[in-house]
Design a protein around this ligand. Structure first.
Ligand SMILES: *[C@@H]1O[C@H](CO)[C@@H](O)[C@H](O)[C@H]1NC(C)=O
Ligand SMILES: *[C@@H]1O[C@H](CO)[C@@H](O)[C@H](O)[C@H]1NC(C)=O
Ligand SMILES: *[C@@H]1O[C@H](CO)[C@@H](O)[C@H](O)[C@H]1NC(C)=O
Ligand SMILES: *[C@@H]1O[C@H](CO)[C@@H](O)[C@H](O)[C@H]1NC(C)=O
Ligand SMILES: *[C@@H]1O[C@H](CO)[C@@H](O)[C@H](O)[C@H]1NC(C)=O
Ligand SMILES: *[C@@H]1O[C@H](CO)[C@@H](O)[C@H](O)[C@H]1NC(C)=O
Ligand SMILES: *[C@@H]1O[C@H](CO)[C@@H](O)[C@H](O)[C@H]1NC(C)=O
Length: 323
């Protein structure tokens, strides 16, 4: 399963002991680390799967290039061809006209639609998400004043209209700004339920759960992503991706290092110190730990047992922590 082997060698002086090491760690090449996907056939929600992968491995599978996708497809799923969670979540959602992600919200009604083609508007009471093609009044900001235009136009035409007046559709980044916009309702004798376009629109972006990087390599199934769902799964049959409700239960792919795997490694050690004494045993353990750490194997437990002295000195083999 591992492409690259590293040896853990400890040299050699007189008597040969066979030391049995119990390791829960890995023989990995740092250059290709972490380069393994694991298929877990248990049904879990996305959150449960994520927690499981973080505990047992590194995380849910991150697929950032075509090679990753091939490697994932090469991972045995025991004949399973259905959906399996991957570490892709989204859509990031609501953005202001200046391209910043909206973090402050004053929804009057939860934005029930979250898909491209939805834009934000405000009444005196709060915001709504509606189809951008609808026609409403709008509110521009020219750097000092909030200016209501009582012409009904689409969101995009409102945006252009503001720009033509050296202003932008209002961006409401905090309560103070929202209060100024509300004041414009009074100043313009607007009904408190009159909708006004603001500079908020939905722009779905999917990103990898671990790095928070926006997914640039994508392999969506035709018609996807459906931005009503917030978690992504791979169709194991052909490697394309779909979005699913995060609360659904599916098998999943983890990646990285298997943290709790037990591996037994036996190696020959020659030493001129008397390994019967506890001090020397402790010293040897310390050296083994250091030698393993140097190989990049850091997450392990080390125990050993001494076996009877061998008569003929065995060739010291390269030892690798295989699974
Ligand atoms: C994904 O691709 C990157 C870049 O080639 C590589 O470093 C990484 O090991 C790959 N991950 C897996 C799990 O194959
Ligand atoms: C996972 O759920 C599906 C559908 O509910 C079921 O057919 C399958 O047997 C389950 N797999 C496991 C491993 O429990
Ligand atoms: C996937 O498997 C194919 C055939 O089994 C092999 O040729 C290819 O190198 C593998 N690719 C990866 C990235 O492991
Ligand atoms: C913004 O508009 C108001 C009202 O039309 C005007 O008095 C003000 O000078 C404008 N400010 C800027 C910076 O253009
Ligand atoms: C446009 O508005 C900015 C401030 O928002 C101002 O500095 C600039 O002079 C204005 N340009 C015109 C052509 O009115
Ligand atoms: C209001 O918007 C319309 C449509 O873009 C535009 O024709 C009109 O000039 C605007 N009115 C004012 C007062 O800015
Ligand atoms: C992948 O599989 C899914 C479900 O089995 C199917 O709907 C989709 O068309 C397939 N896509 C490709 C590119 O084969």
């Amino acid at each position: 399963m591992f492409g690259n082997s590293r040896s853990v060698l400890i040299k050699v002086n007189m008597d040969v002991f066979v030391v049995l090491l119990m390791l829960s760690g890995f023989c990995v090449s740092t250059a290709s680390f972490p380069n393994i996907y694991y298929f877990i056939s248990e049904n879990k929600t996305w959150d449960e799967a994520n927690a499981y992968c973080i505990m047992e491995y590194t995380g849910l599978a991150q697929i950032t290039n075509p090679e990753n996708n091939t490697a994932l497809m090469n991972t045995s799923a025991g004949g399973y061809t259905g959906k399996a969670w991957i570490g892709l979540v989204g859509p990031l959602g609501w953005v202001w006209l200046d391209g910043t992600q909206a973090t402050y919200f004053m929804w009057d009604q939860e934005p029930w639609a979250s898909d491209t083609g939805y834009c934000g508007l405000t009444t005196y009471h709060g915001w709504h998400s509606v189809i951008c093609e609808y026609e409403w009044y709008f509110i521009c900001f020219n750097g000092s004043d909030y200016i209501v235009n009582k012409t009904r136009v689409t969101w995009n035409d409102a945006k252009i209209s503001c720009e033509n007046k050296n202003s932008t559709l209002a961006q409401i980044l905090d309560l103070l700004t929202f209060d100024k916009v509300r004041r414009a309702f009074r100043n313009n004798n607007l009904d408190e339920y009159e909708p006004l376009w603001i500079g908020l629109s939905f722009s779905p972006v999917w990103f990898w759960s671990e790095t928070k990087q926006i997914s640039t390599f994508v392999n969506w199934k035709t018609g996807q992503p459906n931005n009503k769902n917030n978690c992504a799964a791979v169709l194991v049959g052909n490697g394309t991706w779909t979005t699913e409700p995060c609360s659904e239960q599916h098998p999943f792919f983890c990646y990285g290092v298997h943290k709790s795997k037990k591996t037994v490694l036996s190696m020959n050690i020659q030493t001129d110190v008397d390994l019967e004494t506890p001090d020397n045993q402790a010293a040897l353990m310390e050296q083994l730990q250091a030698a393993l750490a140097k190989q990049g194997v850091t997450d392990f437990k080390l125990t050993w047992t001494k076996q009877p002295v061998q008569k003929s000195r065995k060739k010291t083999d390269d030892a690798c922590l295989n699974v």
